[in-house]
Design a binder for this molecule. Structure first.
Ligand SMILES: [Zn+2]
Length: 498
């Protein structure tokens, strides 16, 4: 039995978003718990599809003692403030020093955190933790599939275990893998590692592991993870982080240096050979509406319109209304849209009561350029307190607290409104308002890929649509300045800087 320190600090940073992640954002709960220190963190995360929850369960099953540090996350957004990064890092290190004798450290990191003053915030945190525990103590971190994996992270961690799915249905399972990895590394010599960064950015909507090319590439990664290899990981990168380490990467660690390098090179070459298959497929609003109207959508097999640029899971604000307005104007029947973040409109609906009709300027509170509120009369069809539990494979067990919610009817369109922003990736978000997504002919979801976990089986067709919002799906349209030389902004596009 070993004694393992357990902590976590997660953020996915869209450096092109102007909205910073402050310390208060890490303190506040959303679908996942707010900042939690000490023993309370075990109960706070129990039963949720989160890496730290899977780690704790598996490490306990392996009969290890656990020393809780702290765990926190904030919704994807612009830079983590200087204050938030330093405050959380200092607390983590203070608790690590106070934890007494330990045999290993587990960290639940995202891997694409950028602070105002540190481009590679995860690497910097690992560097500081390595400095506390010394060169030999095993440090294992789990990483999101969207990590922008850096040499500094690879150098200071003993092993990095990344998710294998997008939608991330294996977050808890990845934590459990990290626990078994750490279990095997305690008391052994430090393994070798290899990192191959790939020189092109993958659009988010081309990264899903449910479809090729990523599906078969991930199978190849799993097949390569055999003794003497400890870990073989493929991360797709988070393409909205303007930092030198942005992009996909292959990481391996193992107890044989040559075999470790060979595995990383083999998989990296396989990814390179399929680069052109990662090209973006996206429709303008006009094209998408044309397809919807021509395809006679049916109840039970809804067409899913993916409003990816406003996805709050990647730095959007879940409040742009242009696509919803166009759908309403088209008079397509049985349309369900959500989840719109508009606290004032939710409050107005609650004040008016179920069955009332109210005049609203709905949404567009964040002032996204090119967007405007949807104005008119809305019927309040249902109300909710925003507290419910996730039931789909991605948000399984998540204890949502989205504040007052309302289901508003505008013509043929039903719009689910919440008081806090959250990616529409679980049917429970609509069922909380008494509505069944499958009963609709068209679903408009504020998501990019995670919706596929719970809505994918329903879909008659999925169209990624270019509505207004800051989460630009084509990295080539973002004003990068800090990428390393030679990185292509889209698969087989012109080089950025060489
Ligand atoms: Zn991710």
């Amino acid at each position: 039995m070993a004694r393992i320190a357990v902590g976590g600090f997660q953020h996915e940073t869209n450096t092109f978003s102007p909205v910073k992640a402050t310390y208060a954002d890490f303190e506040a709960p959303d679908a996942w718990p707010g900042l939690t220190r000490g023993e309370a963190l075990f109960d706070a995360v129990a039963g949720i599809n989160l890496p730290v929850a899977g780690f704790v369960q598996e490490a306990r099953a392996l009969r290890h003692g656990l020393a809780p540090l702290l765990w926190c996350q904030a919704q994807p957004s612009g830079h983590v403030t200087h204050d938030a990064f330093e405050h959380v890092s200092a607390m983590l290190i203070e608790q690590l020093r106070a934890a007494g004798a330990i045999d290993g450290v587990y960290l639940d990191l995202h891997g694409a955190m950028v602070a105002e003053h540190v481009d590679d915030a995860d690497g910097e945190l690992l560097r500081r933790i390595r400095a506390v525990v010394g060169p030999d103590l095993p440090i294992v971190a789990s990483l999101d599939f969207h990590a922008n994996l850096s040499r500094q992270m690879a150098r200071h961690a003993t092993a990095l275990v990344s998710f294998r799915t997008y939608p991330h249905v294996d977050m808890a399972a990845s934590g459990a893998r990290a626990a078994r990895c750490l279990h095997d590394l305690i008391g052994r010599p430090r393994p070798a590692h290899a990192l191959e960064q790939l020189d092109f950015l993958m659009p988010l909507t081309s990264q899903s592991t449910l479809v090729d090319p990523m599906r078969s590439l991930m199978d190849e990664a799993v097949a390569l993870e055999r003794t003497p290899l400890v870990v073989v990981g493929l991360t797709a990168g988070f393409p909205a982080s303007d930092v030198p380490d942005c992009g996909p990467a292959v990481y391996a660690c193992g107890h044989d240096t040559a075999a470790t390098s060979a595995a990383a090179q083999t998989l990296a070459e396989r990814v390179r050979s399929r680069e052109s298959e990662f090209a973006l497929e996206i429709y303008s609003i006009e094209e998408a509406l044309g397809i919807v109207m021509a395809s006679a959508p049916q109840r039970g097999r809804p067409v899913i319109l993916v409003d990816t640029q406003d996805n709050p899971g990647a730095g959007g604000n879940a409040d742009t209304m242009t696509l919803i307005g166009e759908l309403a104007a088209s008079r397509v029947e049985r349309v369900l849209a959500g989840i719109i973040c508009d606290r004032e409109s939710a409050a107005r609906a609650h004040a008016a009561g179920q069955g009332a009709t109210i005049a609203l300027a709905l949404g567009s509170r964040s002032g996204t350029p090119g967007d405007a509120p949807l104005r008119g009369a809305f019927r309040v069809e249902a109300l909710g307190d925003g507290r419910f539990t996730g039931t789909g494979p991605f948000y399984l067990g998540a204890r949502f607290d989205l504040g007052p919610m309302a289901l508003l009817r505008f013509g043929e369109v039903r719009i689910a409104v919440a008081s806090r922003k959250q990616q529409a990736a679980d049917q429970a978000m609509f069922r909380h308002l008494g509505i069944e997504p499958a009963d609709h002919a068209v679903l408009l979801l504020k998501s990019s890929v995670h919706f596929r976990a719970d809505f994918g089986a329903l879909a008659g067709r999925v169209l990624v649509v270019e509505g207004p919002g800051p989460n630009v799906p084509d990295p080539a349209r973002l004003p990068f300045r800090n990428l390393r030389p030679g990185v292509r902004l889209r698969p087989h596009a012109a080089k950025h800087d060489d």
